[in-house]
Design a protein around this ligand. Sequence first.
Ligand SMILES: [Zn+2]
Length: 340
Amino acid sequence: MALKDVIGQESAIKILKSAVTKRKAASAYLFHGPSGIGKRLTAVNFAKALNCAEPEADGDACGSCASCRRIEAGAHPDVKEVRPEKGVIKIDEIRNLEEALSLSAYEGSFKVAIVDEAHLMKIEAANAFLKCLEEPPQGSVIILASSNPERLPDTIRSRCQAVSFKPLSGNDMAYLIKDRLKATGEKMLRTLIGLSMGRPGLVIDNGKGGDILKKRQDFLRSLHEMLFSKAGKSPSWADKEEIEDFLDGLELFLRDMLVLKATGREDLQLFGLEVPAELKSLFKTAEEEVIIDCYRGVAEIREGLVYNPNKSILWNYTAGMLKRLLPPSGKRVFKQNKDV
Ligand SMILES: [Zn+2]
């Protein structure tokens, strides 16, 4: 595979191809965009193009020479990659990377360092990394990939050329996952495309899209619990990842409700996934403005997540917001009565 085979990221690929054609890469890039849309895949193929022994006329990698194959296998001495472990990128990893970059290239033309989910560098790691960015070793290219670039220090962001990655269109998603999910029927294919929100990695990485469906079920269970559990019971999320999954799920659910309101077509919906009847009717009867208010609420909660709020307080806060906007009685609290 090469840069030309990356689907749905035309503007990012254009920038990178122009760099390889001119053999003039920036010393640092920041690939930013939601997770699962191909940032790391593109970084690996950019590294191939920079080091390919038999490049195409436009500078793209051949995908089959020894250098390309070693990069693909993660075994090229001049291409190093750091990925988070248990949600953290440790300072030792960054130091090793720094050291590797400071040596001259063994066999390739460029030394390439890829830091996946770079915002997960702890502050000490980020500080150590900054030195690398301030005085980039000759012939080195650093690629930071991040789904949360705003969590990176300004000092790091400002030293990188930003390259934006976008969620894929429905057609691109269908093209990408169809072959991988051959046994899947048309209905499941559409469900997975809807659930993926243009992020093929969410479907492809685990092969059958099972994980994404499980996340959806978990979300529906949590939402039901949040809105209908008996008083006195106080559930919560296990960790920050669960909170983020819940907010992703809620956004998707709200979007579906708006699509249903606008089109009246349930076949466009993901309701095939056993949405509990109580939830379905609650959201079905809600007015559009209420759903949009919920959306806003979700965005605010997401912003507050950077401050690491207490999980059970956040659960109650989210439950309170949703119950206020979507009371089971159907009467929205604080809503003005137009007849008065
Ligand atoms: Zn090659």
